[in-house]
Every structure is written in structure tokens, then in C-alpha cells.
Design a protein around this ligand. Structure first.
Ligand code: SAH
Ligand code: DHB
Ligand code: MG
Length: 222
């Protein structure tokens, strides 16, 4: 077995042990595939990790950047309870359409609002509309804009807000200042900002699994 096969097999083991079979989430992934969406959702054990973090934090108001088919959205929405709110931002109308159908099937339409458009615009709109601060913010849209997303996340936060960013390791690419992928540069600028940002306390973890070698950055607003 090569390394990727082993990581995938271990994820399958963990998922089999710890994550209950879930027809709604399975149907979500089937619908995404049928609609031709890329399978770049979080893995099921990562989705449950997001869900548990949000629950541990008692989050009632969650902001997500990058909806895709609503897979991570569903994990997060299940953490906030029926009176909670999840706002998820998505650029591609087709992704949002697939996600809305999945959220409907999950019975979460009254909790989740999907806003279509470039996330930077939607963030500005949310701010102008006077949206109250979020308790938990998951950054998972285009990596080039992670630096801007961090700024907006802080603007839409309160002391104690948790900010989690996906895909910040990129198979180790993050340490290469001459990397050919613009997404890596976005993540590197994100780390520069995070390091210089007095308003947050942060760390980051590398992960391996069915989605390859990547990682999460985790921060709390002071
Ligand atoms: N969070 C999802 C995966 C998101 S994939 C999950 O784990 O299930 C990243 C998503 O960000 C894609 O759907 C892509 O269309 C979207 N995206 C890309 N650029 C964007 C932008 N500028 N604004 C908002 N969303 C964007
Ligand atoms: C990509 C985006 C993601 O959010 C992810 O988890 C994996 C890959 C991508 O754009 O390639
Ligand atoms: Mg991601």
C-alpha cells in the first residue's frame, strides 16, 4: 500500500468505528457527484470534527465561506440547534443550487442561509446589514482570498469567536515561497497576517487522510 492508500484505509477504519451511517449525508455526496461537483468536501471524520468543535464551543451562529454541495454546512448546521443560524457563502450558483436541495433534504432549511456571489462581496453586505457577530467561522472558499477572508472574519467576530481555516498545508507546499500555485501564496499570506495579528491567538495542524496531506488553522479572537 502506498501512503495515500494507507491514509484512506485508516480514515475508513475511523469512520466505520466512530461515525454513524448517515443516509442524509450519503445522499448529499451522491447528489454532488450526480451534479458533477468536485469531491473536495471535507471527509466525514473531518466534518464530524467541525461539528464537535462547534458544539464544544456552544456555537449558535456560524459563518461558512465555501458551501460547495453543503456537506460541511450540514455538519455545522447540526451543531447549532433549531434556533441557530448558519450563513454559507458560495460563488457558483450551481453549487448553491445543489447545496440548497441537500440542506432541504437534511431538514435544515430554516437554519441555513446560502448567499451566492464572491464571498468578499457577501461579507461586506453582511457587515453593512448589521449582521451580529458569529460564534464560529469556517474558511474553506478560494485559497487566494484567505488573507481577505481573515480580515472579514475578524470584523464579523466578537471576543471568543473561533476561526477555522481548511487546506492550509497543501501537501507541504505552504513552506515553499516559490511555489507555482497561487493558492499556496494565498495560504502563506494568510499565515503572515495571522502571525502579525494581535487580535487572535492561533495554531495550525497538519492532517493526513482520505483527502490527502493538508491541514487546519485554528484561531480564537481575543
Ligand atoms: N466547505 C465545502 C467545500 C468547499 S469547496 C465542504 O467541505 O463540503 C470550495 C468552494 O468555494 C467551492 O464550491 C467554490 O465554488 C467556492 N468558491 C470559490 N471561490 C469563491 C469565492 N470567491 N466566493 C465564494 N465561494 C467561492
Ligand atoms: C480544494 C478546495 C478545498 O476546500 C479542499 O478541501 C480541497 C481542495 C481545491 O480547490 O482544490
Ligand atoms: Mg476545504
Amino acid at each position: 500500500m502506498d501512503q495515500q492508500e494507507l491514509w484512506t484505509a485508516v480514515d475508513a477504519y475511523l469512520t466505520d468505528k466512530l461515525i454513524a451511517t448517515d443516509p442524509v449525508l450519503e445522499e448529499n455526496l451522491r447528489a454532488n457527484a450526480a451534479a458533477g461537483l468536485p469531491s473536495i468536501d471535507v471527509a466525514s471524520n473531518q466534518g464530524k470534527f467541525l461539528h464537535l468543535l462547534a458544539r464544544m464551543h456552544g456555537a449558535k451562529r456560524i459563518l461558512e465561506l465555501g458551501t460547495l454541495g453543503g456537506y460541511s454546512t450540514t455538519w455545522l448546521a447540526r451543531a447549532v440547534g433549531p434556533e441557530g443560524r448558519v450563513v454559507s457563502l458560495e460563488f457558483e450558483p450551481r453549487h448553491a443550487e445543489v447545496a440548497r436541495a441537500n440542506i432541504e433534504r437534511a431538514g435544515l432549511s430554516s437554519v441555513v442561509e446560502i448567499r451566492v456571489g464572491p464571498a468578499l462581496d457577501s461579507l461586506e453586505t453582511l457587515h453593512k446589514e448589521g449582521e451580529p457577530p458569529f460564534d464560529f467561522i469556517f474558511i474553506d472558499a478560494d485559497k487566494q482570498n484567505y488573507p481577505g477572508y481573515l480580515e472579514w472574519a475578524i470584523r464579523l467576530s466578537r471576543p471568543g469567536t473561533v476561526i477555522l481555516a481548511d487546506n492550509v498545508i497543501r501537501e507541504g507546499g505552504v513552506i515553499d515561497p516559490n511555489h507555482s500555485d497561487e493558492r499556496v501564496h494565498g495560504v502563506r499570506r494568510f499565515f503572515d497576517l495571522l502571525a502579525a495579528e494581535p487580535r487572535v491567538d492561533a495554531t495550525a495542524l497538519q492532517t493526513v487522510g482520505s483527502k490527502g496531506w493538508d491541514g487546519f488553522a485554528l484561531a480564537i479572537v481575543r
